[in-house]
Design a protein around this ligand. Structure first.
Ligand SMILES: Cc1ncc(COP(=O)(O)O)c(C=O)c1O
Length: 404
């Protein structure tokens, strides 16, 4: 393609056809385009169905084309209130804040637009509180081996993926990643210098590692003893995916801060930071903010989604089906001899395979199943929480072929 000056591009003389993809090449996208979604399936232009066990990376918990979500969106649009900014109050935002704080037991919430942004916000909240509570040196953020907290500068510094980090150094300072064991943490969580410990109760991108509830309880005790804020990053594992509204509930732990995003607003971008009264009280007007965070449209949808994901019947079904999935995936591993390890809980599973996981992902797609990776040798399954045993069994059968 010959370069054309931007000034020469008008509607009458559009850009000449490009032979390269105009998207920045950040994703290895397969040669398929989806035009429609329904329940656990996506459809391409030719009408071919693909069973979606990625849920848009853990976002579409209620599946695609959910009629309830569509209805709430239509009703919200009919009010004419899409965005007002956080300079003003609106009923959906108030309702969502009440719902999340009541259900989580953390009394304050801040809304933003994504997971990384929620974690960056939580870091700021923790630092603001820590400085006020413990002095000017108390600002370090500690994260765990295997963690993924996002790709912005501070969250990247808290993410344990050398090849994500290396090209972008220097990362934000004051963030360290330490081993995932209690003895290391006893040494690392210095009361004078550490503001916060951030933990995914189930590490997602790091290979789907379910942290032991006893370990999480020990972290709660240790952080209380050292006056360190405990942040649970529940962006992937929260809101029902483990069969608990928050994964923290499984361990019986109440952290100081919880971050949410992915499924929160039914596919619309939204993040949230839930905070204790003490931490929220340290924040002053102007300390943090975002133009779009928690507008009335996304909040209306989120109220509906959160109500459904908090439904005890749905959560019980995710727990039961998750236990069934554990057996089915163990049986798949035994049958094929091509899976080294199976890890997970609820509707969140990682399979360590013996070839690059991307190859299994590609073969599965060819056979009509969408799965993703969590590291080089781990295939990750994040089906919509509405997937039935029959849907899951169908996916496992396709996976069996793809593994072979
Ligand atoms: C546990 C966890 N934290 C943070 C993030 C970042 O979220 P986002 O991609 O919305 O910035 C992710 C995304 O995969 C995640 O899984």
């Amino acid at each position: 393609m010959t370069a054309m000056p931007l000034s020469a591009i008008t509607p009458a003389s559009p850009m000449p056809a490009v032979d390269a993809d105009p998207l920045v090449g950040l994703y290895r996208q397969p040669p398929v385009e989806f035009v429609r979604g329904a329940g656990v399936e996506l459809f391409d232009e030719a009408g071919r169905a693909y069973l979606d066990f990625t849920s848009g990376i853990g976002v579409m918990a209620l599946g695609h084309g959910d009629p309830g979500v569509a209805r709430v969106m239509r009703e919200a649009l009919a009010t004419g209130l899409i965005h007002t900014s956080n300079l003003y109050r609106t009923p959906p935002v108030r309702e969502l804040a009440e719902l999340l704080t009541t259900r989580s037991g953390l009394p304050r919430v801040f809304f933003c637009n994504s997971g990384a942004e929620a974690n960056e916000g939580a870091f700021k909240f923790a630092r603001r509180w820590a400085r006020a509570a413990g002095g000017s040196a108390k600002h370090e953020i500690v994260a765990l081996r295997g963690a993924f907290h996002g790709r912005l500068f501070a969250t990247l510094a808290a993410t344990d993926r050398p090849h994500y980090r290396a090209p972008f150094r220097p990362l934000a300072g004051g963030v360290t990643v330490v081993e995932r064991d209690l003895r290391t943490l006893e040494g690392a969580l210095d009361r004078e210098t550490v503001a916060a410990l951030i933990v995914e109760p189930v590490q997602g991108e790091g290979g789907v590692r379910v942290l032991d509830p006893a370990f999480l309880r020990a972290l709660r005790e240790l952080t209380l003893e050292r006056n360190v804020a405990l942040i649970f990053d529940e962006i992937q594992c929260g809101l029902g995916r483990t069969g608990y509204f928050l994964a923290a509930e499984r361990a019986g732990v109440v952290p100081d801060l919880v971050t949410l995003a992915k499924p929160l607003a039914g596919g619309l971008p939204m993040g949230a930071v839930l905070a204790s009264e003490e931490i929220a009280a340290a924040m002053r007007p102007g300390d943090h903010g975002t133009t779009f965070g928690g507008g009335p449209l996304v909040s209306s949808v989120a109220v509906h989604v959160v109500q459904r994901l908090a439904d005890p019947a749905l959560l019980a079904r995710v727990r039961d089906t998750g236990a069934w999935l554990a057996d089915e995936l163990a049986a798949l591993a035994a049958r094929t001899g091509r899976i080294r390890a199976v890890r997970g809980i609820g509707y969140m599973w990682g399979l360590d395979v013996m070839r690059p996981a991307a190859e299994v992902v590609r073969r599965a797609l060819d056979d009509g199943l969408l799965v993703c990776t969590a590291g080089e040798f781990t295939v990750r399954l994040l089906p919509p929480l509405v997937a039935t045993r029959a849907d899951l069994a169908r996916g496992i059968a396709i996976l069996e072929t793809a593994l072979g």
